[in-house]
Design a protein around this ligand. Structure first.
Ligand code: GUN
Length: 283
């Protein structure tokens, strides 16, 4: 029986702490503000953006929502980003991904001022993470590291296996585990004999986007298992990339879905927005 890593609870405590800091800044005349840009009407993105807005309000962070139609041109979106870059009242800018196919995500990501890039997707911020001098940490990997720290799981000297190599999760969590002195292996769709690699993991992070793909035969007994996936199963229930029913009995710690990594991601976005406001006010 594994110990459940309760992301909902840890995130709540993180949000309470940062709400106090946001309120202190307000007393000093600084209104912490996040701008979220959504292009089109992807249903999942709409839910994410709504949740981010709600979380901002609860923490006392002003949240500006900019919703643009699906047909928005790249030029129009770039000019919106430029406007937010130039506005001193805006501390953080997040452009929700994915963008419609006719817009180059790379171009938009690179247009966001690095000091306002609360996603940490800009090449400058990605480079800083790799060099070990981060300004912002990407939200999901930061949430995973905080969750591990809360439960006293130390990566130092341990075998860490990350399944998935996305720019949003797989690559940056590999960097953070390495920075925490873990011995890190990053697996992906071309990895040969994946189970033999995942079975070596003391800490196993799964971010592949395939429901229940990680099964008990791929896990070393006693491993710490972090599930980044979220899917709506055929039974209508939410599930992750990990087959929770089979893996939970043999893991030492495991994140549930929902209530594991997801709530941490939003809390880290708020933390980055607060951090941005502090940087911009030399605090
Ligand atoms: N779409 C899915 N996850 C994310 C995220 O963390 N940031 C942005 N901007 N878009 C996303």
């Amino acid at each position: 029986m594994a110990i459940l890593m309760n992301g909902k609870e840890v995130a709540q405590s993180l949000r309470r702490d940062l709400a106090k800091e946001v309120s202190n800044l307000r007393e000093r005349g600084i209104e912490v503000t996040l701008a979220v840009v959504l292009v089109g009407s992807d249903p999942a993105s709409e839910v994410y953006v709504r949740n981010k807005h709600k979380a901002c309000l609860e923490a006392g962070i002003r949240s500006l929502q900019i919703t643009l139609p699906e047909a928005t041109t790249e030029e129009r979106l770039l000019s919106e980003v430029e406007k937010l870059n130039a506005d001193p009242k805006i501390n953080g800018i997040l452009v929700q991904l994915p963008l419609p196919k006719h817009i180059d995500e790379k171009k938009i990501t690179e247009a966001i001022l690095p000091i306002k890039d609360v996603d940490a997707f800009h090449p400058e911020n990605v480079g800083r993470i790799t060099l070990g001098t981060p300004r912002f940490l990407p939200c999901t990997p930061a949430g995973i590291m905080d969750l591990l720290a809360f439960y006293g799981v130390n990566a130092e000297g341990r075998r860490c296996v990350v399944v998935g190599r996305s720019n949003i999760v797989g690559k940056p969590i590999s960097s953070l585990l390495l920075a925490a002195n873990g011995t890190v292996t990053t697996c992906h769709s071309r990895t040969k004999d994946l189970p033999s690699v995942t079975r070596e993991a003391d800490i196993l992070v799964v971010a592949v986007g395939k429901p229940k793909m990680l099964t008990a035969d791929m896990v070393k007994p006693g491993a710490v298992v972090i599930d980044v996936g979220i899917h709506r199963g055929e039974d209508g229930k939410l599930c992750g990339d990990v087959d929770f029913a089979s893996v939970e009995p043999i893991a030492s710690y495991i994140t549930p879905v929902p209530g594991g990594v997801g709530p941490m991601t939003i809390a880290e976005l708020l933390a980055n927005t607060l951090r941005a406001a502090k940087y911009q006010n030399n605090l």
